[in-house]
Design a protein around this ligand. Structure first.
Ligand code: ADP
Ligand code: GN1
Ligand code: MG
Length: 357
């Protein structure tokens, strides 16, 4: 494996001799490695991009290059405040090795990354990070490739869901009456929200679409947010999805896949902190976006319940899993979080109203 990785890495325009290549992080989709090099040369992130999940990796890399160049033209420290794509020696933004696609970016040193938010200050900084990301891209006007079709489009997800339930490829549907009921009982309210995006009441912009805390880097010396990474899903969508996915991540008092549901709930303190940070940078939300901002946490958490459960029904094809019923454990934990959001929804709305005055 190591020799294979070195052979791949050498096809990119790296400075310095490669010393080690080691796995990093716990992403559910790609395989990520850190490439260290000799002496003062920079280190790199080497990623095997999941071409089943992302059918057009070249189109995805074009998106990432365009968006990062746009951000670089606006920030004080362009090498640290966004990713830097490192092309292959042949000038392409990826290397294709058999079935697999690989890409490289600069490793940003002196940063911290987290799997969960352990303080309101961190949640505030995370909110600043995504608010700033959206603000920097507000005037980005080139078309972006749709890297995953209908990614946060619940109408599209329901089509996939209905087909998966009908196919029931590994015979799991019969054990899941209760869990399937969680999805079905909320179908209408989720469609109501998405219809507002479809009819333009809620506008679309360039968005990140995968804003969980592990996709943000924080500056180690200051603790301040540095940048959003994992830009594979940058596309046009509603800004609310970025807020909602972050709320799903930062406010959870337990783990995303917590087997102990007593650990899982939504922390309203973290909700306030994240929203404060986000709204301190994102100043251009319209009235309908503000009206639905708190709901977006419920929307994306619901979508995540659906996606984990759908993958379980489908025989665990999409997400990496660590044990047999991991996707079902994830489903139940995310559902507990959704229930907690539903119970505290009035408070969430009141906080957004107060902060957006
Ligand atoms: P995945 O798609 O598998 O989630 P990510 O792009 O999120 O992969 O990377 C996984 C982890 O690697 C991140 O959570 C972060 O800790 C670290 N990481 C990724 N890119 C960089 C980078 N350019 N500099 C420093 N650390 C990084
Ligand atoms: C995946 O790639 P990663 O681990 O950052 C997924 C997100 C899910 C998340 C759940 C492309 O994110 O949509 O919300 O897992 N990314 C993709 O943790 O499907
Ligand atoms: Mg990630």
């Amino acid at each position: 494996m190591q020799n294979k990785l070195i052979e791949i890495a050498k096809q990119f325009a790296l400075e310095g001799e490669i010393v080690t290549i080691k796995p990093l992080g716990e992403g559910f989709i790609n395989d990520t490695f850190v490439v260290t090099t000799e002496g003062d040369a920079p280190n790199y992130i080497l990623q095997r991009k999941n071409h089943i999940v992302f059918p057009d990796v070249p189109g995805m890399m074009d998106n990432i290059l365009a968006v990062t160049n746009h951000i670089k033209s606006k920030v004080a420290d362009p090498m640290r405040e966004t990713l830097t794509v490192v092309p292959a020696k042949d000038g392409k933004l990826y290397v294709k090795d058999g079935e697999n696609f690989w890409a490289v970016c600069l490793f940003i040193a002196d940063t911290s990354s987290y799997d969960r938010a352990d303080s309101p200050e961190l949640a505030y900084q995370g909110g600043v990070g995504i608010g700033r990301f959206q603000a920097l891209l507000a005037d980005f006007d080139k078309p972006l490739n749709e890297t995953i079709k209908g990614f946060h489009n619940i109408r599209h997800r329901f089509n996939q869901w209905d087909a998966t339930i009908a196919a029931d490829p590994v015979g799991r549907v019969k054990e899941l009456e209760e869990e399937i009921g969680w999805i079905e009982s909320r179908r209408e309210e989720m469609m109501k929200f998405w219809s507002l995006v479809e009819d333009g009441t809620i506008p679309t912009h360039v968005t990140h679409n995968d804003t969980k805390i592990s996709n943000i880097l924080f500056d180690r010396p200051t603790g301040k947010v540095l940048c959003a990474i994992d830009l594979d899903t940058v596309m046009s969508s509603t800004s609310l999805n970025d807020f909602g996915d972050a709320i799903r991540s930062y406010t959870n008092t337990g783990a995303e896949d917590d087997p102990n549901l007593d650990n899982v709930s939504m922390s309203i303190e973290m909700f306030r902190a994240y929203a404060e940070g986000y709204l301190s940078e994102q100043k251009s939300l319209c009235a309908s976006e503000l009206e639905w901002l708190a709901f977006s946490g419920r929307y994306i958490t619901y979508e995540q319940v659906l996606r984990f459960l759908m993958d379980y029904i489908d025989g665990d094809k999409y997400y990496k899993t660590a044990y047999a019923d991991h996707n079902l454990v994830r489903t139940r934990a995310q559902y507990k979080l959704l229930r907690s959001m539903e119970e505290q929804y009035a408070d969430m709305c009141a906080i957004i109203k107060e902060l957006s005055k």
